[in-house]
Design a protein. Structure first.
Ligand SMILES: *[C@@H]1O[C@H](CO)[C@@H](O)[C@H](O)[C@H]1NC(C)=O
Length: 200
């Protein structure tokens, strides 16, 4: 549940729909700590019967959810049906609690892990100053402004409603901001109103 919420969040940030996501990444997951200089396998499942792409990259990313920066390509142009990619965490990798992995070629198809921790060079911070499962980051995106009861960023009543953690939410409040109004170009000036519907 929590994982899919983060996936949904990250997808929302990238303006894609969840239906487009080609892959669900099953390892690493939220709460995992990967040690530097240690071998792991990134694993995933296909969300469709057949892969949406002939080849995928597996990328390590890091940073705030609305601005994830690629750190390295873990596997390059591999068959998505492999469902696995070996990941030897580089010995020099910096410690961080805001690492994530993407699987896919086209960003619209990316499957995302939730944030996980790499223990490398440097100490893991003792305090997590952010929405609890968001790698030390607050929910600053207008698309997903609220740190919900489960410690993930999102929008709507499940995040901004009961249990929402205002301190980690956009502007310190559990409120979904009004979307900016876009000017309507060439709006017809005098459209006669013929009918009025009153709804009760
Ligand atoms: C990764 O997967 C390969 C192939 O299935 C397996 O031989 C290897 O032991 C796995 N490595 C780890 C660290 O799990």
């Amino acid at each position: 549940m929590a994982k899919s919420l983060l996936g949904l969040f990250l997808l929302a940030v990238l303006c894609t729909s969840r239906a487009n996501a080609g892959y669900t990444v099953t390892f690493p997951s939220s709460g995992d700590v990967l040690d530097a200089n240690t071998p792991y396998n990134v694993t995933w499942i296909l969300n469709q019967d057949t892969p949406t792409e002939p080849a995928v990259d597996v990328r390590l990313v890091k940073g705030p959810p609305e601005n994830l920066k690629e750190q390295m390509k873990i596997c390059k142009s591999i068959d998505p049906a492999a469902l696995s990619c070996p990941f030897l965490v580089p010995p020099t990798m910096a410690t961080g609690i805001d690492y994530a992995i993407t699987v896919g070629k086209d960003p619209a198809n990316y499957g995302y892990t939730p944030f996980f921790t790499i223990q490398g060079v440097g100490e893991i911070p003792l305090t997590n100053n952010g929405c609890p499962n968001m790698g030390g980051h607050n929910c600053n995106s207008l698309a997903t402004p609220c740190c919900g009861v489960n410690g993930f960023c999102g929008n709507g009543p499940n995040f901004c409603g009961e249990g929402c953690q205002a301190a980690y939410s956009n502007g310190g409040t559990c409120v979904q901001p009004e979307p900016a109004k876009e000017p309507v170009p060439n709006e017809p000036k005098a459209v006669p109103k013929r009918k009025r519907f009153v709804k009760f």
